[in-house]
Design a protein around this ligand. Structure first.
Ligand SMILES: [Zn+2]
Length: 140
């Protein structure tokens, strides 16, 4: 797997997604997502996960919905932040459903937490590396 270093813009994206979660978290929102498009616009979203139902919507879906509503179609870089676990406010890799959705909107970098000899560090990896065989490849 080929990992890439985060840019300053990537770190700012992580910081803004974390800030959104800290201000917007609630009993139905424990994850935020941020994405940057290929034309340098940013969109963010919170998950919607009420305990009263088995249905829920990932934060990445919210951010992608905002992006499409804003007129953009291609993701350059995406990150999700969770308040659950230790440490709180850590990067969360996208679930399979979000990977499939994002793959249909480009082959973005996904910011991930990578374990290493000197602790975990933030890095990024192309979505095609996280999901080498996607749904769309079935029809090619
Ligand atoms: Zn998801």
């Amino acid at each position: 797997m080929r990992f890439a270093k985060l840019s300053e813009r990537d770190r700012a994206l992580v910081a803004r997604a974390t800030a959104l979660l800290k201000t917007g978290e609630s009993e139905i929102s424990s994850v935020s997502a941020g994405l940057r498009t290929r034309n340098d616009r940013e969109y963010h979203g919170l998950c919607v996960d009420p305990a009263s139902t088995t249905e829920g919507m990932c934060a990445e879906f919210s951010a992608i919905g905002a992006m499409v509503t804003g007129g953009d179609r291609k993701i350059d870089t995406m990150v999700a932040i969770t308040r659950k676990g230790r440490p709180a406010y850590r990067v969360l890799p996208p679930c399979g459903r979000c990977r499939e959705l994002a793959r249909g909107l480009g082959n973005p970098y996904i910011i991930v937490q990578r374990p290493g000899a000197d602790g975990e560090s933030l890095t990024k990896v192309k979505l095609s590396e996280l999901m080498p065989i996607d749904w769309s490849s079935r029809s090619k």
